[in-house]
Design a protein around this ligand. Structure first.
Ligand SMILES: [Zn+2]
Length: 435
């Protein structure tokens, strides 16, 4: 048995060394917000390329976009683009996407790529609240916080791969995100209190320039604070990446009250129209959340009941079927699991999770060429996902060609040598006569 703690310390030290070395390799540049010279780890073109490359993966890690709701996407994009055009970096290729996650969260990738979850937007009541959250995330990009957090965090994600990875606990646990490589690291970007303060100020600046009531930002802070008590698991990702001490809420409130815009009514008409579909579907997603909570406690048969209720309410959401398939597989109902996993993948053909799950269920049913197809589709979206690559190697190992099995076992072994997957891959490679 290897010593987990020691490996962890060694990898953290290696990561620190890389950060240290990268300090020497990076250059100084003017901060777009403050105009001060600062140490940066990548040029603006590099920043833009990195954001563009990983945005599709980060969206997939959050289950893609809510099915059949182009109106919502267009609306959020309009609000975001208007704020970004008034920001310090209007020339960036800004994009704003609502992702299909029940977590309450919003995050920014370097280069102007922003996500807000279905879970968060469904809890809001006005465009001013939305503008507050988007303005704050835009601030992390314009002040280049996302770039510096990236350098720190992505290296940490690499270090974290030393720990065993479990799929079933939470898709947002650090170890599960580490399984996703760089994209997972980008989702974990977290900021200092000073950076949060600066983003709040920038968000305030952008939203008031656009004519929004700055009390909208205060309202979302109060929502997070309330949820921290009532549903801590749901808002955990948001609060660990964006710390929210009460002084932050107080400062936002003082700032807002000083603005004449704080007495104007909140903009609700277009917001309500654009959110109508999500508000209508909320009961179906509430069943999903209930089922997932039961699944985390391994109460699989009860989870199945609620996944089925969710499907009855909204039969077009692939996630409902894919999660149902996992719960059935855990109860050794392999044939039923396969049927539902197939339906999940059919509803979301390029989706990462539906294909990952179909592949795993197909492997359990000994349908190895189906498993190869599904894991390959998932790998097309997320080429560095340790768990997907492991099961792809396994399926190739059963059907051939052998060189493909070797290729993917090697990927797993080098990306995560100390995880359970890396260790099984190494063992199998040596049985096959490779290293
Ligand atoms: Zn923040």
């Amino acid at each position: 048995m290897f010593n987990l703690r020691r490996k962890w310390v060694m990898q953290a030290a290696a990561a620190a060394l890389i950060v240290f070395l990268s300090l020497f390799l990076s250059a100084c540049a003017k901060n777009p917000v403050t105009g001060e010279e600062q140490l940066v780890f990548m040029s603006e073109p590099q920043e833009i390329t990195m954001g563009a490359n990983y945005y599709p993966q980060v969206i997939q890690l959050n289950n893609g976009t809510p099915p059949e709701d182009p109106q919502l996407q267009a609306y959020v994009s309009d609000v975001g683009q208007r704020l970004a055009s008034l920001s310090h970096r209007p020339h960036l290729p800004w994009q704003f996407t609502v992702v299909d996650s029940s977590q309450v969260n919003a995050f920014a990738l370097p280069g102007g790529k922003i996500c807000i979850t279905r879970g968060l937007i469904a809890k809001m009541n006005s465009e001013d609240e939305l503008a507050g959250v988007l303005g704050h995330e835009i601030g992390h990009v314009t002040a280049r916080h996302a770039v510096s957090a990236y350098t720190r965090q992505v290296l940490m994600a690499g270090a974290m791969l030393g720990l065993a990875i479990a799929l079933s606990d939470s898709d947002y646990a650090p170890a599960a995100l580490a399984a996703a490589g760089v994209a997972g690291g980008l989702m974990m970007l977290s900021y200092s209190r000073d950076q949060e303060r600066q983003s709040d100020e920038l968000g305030y600046e952008y939203m008031t320039k656009a004519g929004y009531n700055p009390m909208g930002m205060v309202k979302t802070f109060e929502l997070f604070q309330k949820m921290q008590k009532s549903e801590p698991g749901v808002v955990e990702g948001m609060l660990s990446s964006h710390p929210l001490p009460s002084e932050r809420i107080h400062a936002a409130e003082q700032r807002a009250l000083a603005s004449p815009l704080s007495s104007q009514p909140f903009k609700t008409a277009q917001f309500s129209r654009s959110l109508a579909r999500q508000k209508r579907l909320a009961p179906a997603y509430a069943q999903l959340d209930k089922a997932n909570a039961l699944a985390r406690k391994k109460q699989w048969s009860q989870a199945v009941v609620h996944y089925k209720k969710a499907i009855a309410m909204f039969p077009k959401e692939s996630m409902f079927y894919s999660r149902l398939a996992v719960a059935q597989m855990k109860q050794d109902q392999d044939a039923m699991a396969l049927k539902n996993a197939k339906q999940g993948a059919r509803l979301s053909e390029d989706g990462f999770y539906p294909n990952l799950i179909l592949g795993m269920v197909a492997n359990a049913n000994r349908k190895y060429s189906l498993a190869v197809d599904a894991h390959r589709k998932a790998a097309a979206v997320m080429p560095d996902h340790v768990i997907n690559n492991f099961f792809l190697a396994y399926a190739y190992d059963k059907t051939g060609p052998r060189y493909q099995a070797v290729t993917y076992y090697r990927k797993v072994k080098s990306a995560a040598p100390n995880s359970q997957y890396g260790q099984i891959a190494a063992k199998r490679l040596s049985q096959l006569g490779y290293n």
